[in-house]
Design a protein around this ligand. Structure first.
Ligand code: SME
Length: 159
């Protein structure tokens, strides 16, 4: 496993393009999902300097906080609640350009302005969600969706 992340690219697309194979090589020999979630969070945080990057894992009828980078966060979210619980319920990515316009948004941090939540699907079941918060409005678009879904698929395949 490489010890240093190489952050390279002139656009978001290029940054993701260069990041994906590095994430693959970092997680492919490790079967522990928590360890892999921790390194994926660190890779995304270091590359994009998002406000908060982390995972919530499905545990019964709740999501429970997993590995993350950034300020402290809410520990449990019920199915259908907030952006995370909505992504879990729908089993699809949710992009929120302005968290104040999302009914039921859970404000773990008042600095968060926009958000993307991507489900981690294993054999058709949501086993976790990848949640990213930005302290700026309208940070996430279909480029983030595409690449973050690829990263989530990598995690689900390997672990
Ligand atoms: N905002 C999320 C809660 C998790 S924090 O952003 C880390 C939500 O509405 O589900």
């Amino acid at each position: 496993m490489a010890e240093t992340l190489i952050i390279h690219g002139n656009s978001k697309e290029e940054l993701y393009q260069n990041l994906l194979p590095q994430i693959k090589s970092i997680i492919e020999d490790e079967e522990d999902m928590i360890a892999n979630m921790a390194n994926i969070s660190a890779c995304l945080y270091e590359t994009f300097r998002f406000w908060w990057v982390g995972f919530y894992r499905v545990a019964g009828n709740e999501l429970v906080l997993g590995p993350f980078q950034g300020p402290i966060a809410c520990t449990r979210i019920r199915n259908g609640r907030g952006v995370c619980g909505t992504s879990w319920q729908r089993a699809e990515t949710v992009i929120v350009p302005d968290v104040e316009q999302f009914p039921g948004h859970i404000a773990c941090s008042s600095a968060s302005r926009s958000e993307i939540v991507v489900p981690v699907l294993h054999k058709g079941e949501v086993i976790a969600v990848l949640d990213i918060d930005s302290d700026m409005l309208d940070t996430f678009d279909d480029t983030d969706r595409l690449w973050l879904e690829r990263i989530a698929a990598l995690l689900a395949d390997i672990t």
